[in-house]
Design a protein around this ligand. Structure first.
Ligand code: 13P
Ligand code: ZN
Ligand code: NA
Length: 283
């Protein structure tokens, strides 16, 4: 069953852990995340950017995820990550999506509020939960590219204003994390996060978790982060495993064999993130 994220995030907020959200792209990534989630009794969120859904197809992804979740007797969230086009979100909600991010973070505050409010109006009518973002993450996530000349920090008062003006269910904040890997260890602004968490009572979301040391992610969770987004580390595990496989067996041509090696490598990442998030055994 595809569900929204409200209940999962509220539970996480109440008990002080986070739901890991993994960006998935195809059958193998969906299977491995759901298998490890099942093995560890962890709630998880599967996420896809606009680029992922135009690659894999929205209907294909919904049916795939529904079938994979039903087989494992799981409830699962398939979340729209970094969507910014209202018509696109509407179309995907009609198709069956129940958790969406409206990313107006590149806009001035009042425009972000207007766009986010419009998304909430549509989404809530269909029981779809909404995550918004305030403050920008530098780095690259598919077609979303933010130069590192941008101020990468959320202004806490702006966060409070966006939340009170829009009825969103969760809020992504910029506290120094970035999409992709880091050239040097990221400097997270924990006191800023603390300040935001004091002003805002909804679950907070950490983007750009790939490359952040586990202890720092845990510190964020203690300060109010309830959802941790992971994309790049899974992609790297996937492609590195394939590279190793083909290097060792240049004649290989059977996807059932080489994908198996990739799934093992991804499983390790998923396990590791579930442990960091403290979400194992919460189902
Ligand atoms: P990473 O690629 O750094 O893990 O970021 C993931 C993310 O924020 C997805 O929205
Ligand atoms: Zn992100
Ligand atoms: Na990152």
């Amino acid at each position: 069953h595809i569900i929204n994220s409200i209940y999962l995030l509220r539970q996480a907020q109440k008990s002080g852990y986070a739901i890991p959200a993994f960006n998935v792209h195809n059958l193998e990534t969906v299977q491995v995340v759901l298998d490890i989630a099942k093995e560890m009794a962890s709630p998880v969120i599967l996420a896809g950017t606009p680029g992922t859904f135009s690659y894999a197809g929205i209907k294909e992804m919904i049916f795939l995820v529904e079938a994979a979740a039903a087989k494992r007797e799981q409830q699962v969230v398939l979340h729209l990550d970094h969507h910014h086009d209202l018509e696109d979100i509407k179309y995907k909600v009609f198709a069956g999506i129940r958790s969406a991010m409206i990313d107006g973070s590149a806009l001035p505050l009042e425009q972000n509020i207007a766009l986010t409010h419009a998304a909430v109006t549509i989404c809530h009518y269909y029981g779809c939960s909404v995550e918004a973002e305030i403050g920008q993450l530098v780095g690259k996530e598919d077609d979303l590219v933010v130069e590192d000349t941008v101020d990468p920090y959320t202004i806490p008062e702006d966060a409070a204003r966006l939340v009170s003006a829009t009825q969103i269910d969760s809020l992504a904040v910029a506290i120094g994390s970035a999409h992709g890997l880091y050239k040097s260890a990221p400097k997270l602004d924990f006191s800023r996060l603390q300040k935001i968490a004091r002003l805002v009572d909804i679950p907070l979301v950490l983007h750009g978790a790939s490359g952040i040391p586990g202890k720092d992610v845990k510190a964020c969770i203690e300060l109010g982060i309830c959802k941790v987004n992971v994309a790049t580390e899974l992609k790297i595990a996937y492609s590195d495993a394939l590279k190793r496989y083909f290097e060792a067996c240049p004649q290989a041509n059977d996807p059932r064999e080489y994908n198996e090696s990739a799934k093992k490598a991804m499983a390790d990442v998923v396990r590791d993130k579930i442990i960091i998030c403290g979400s194992g055994g919460r189902l």
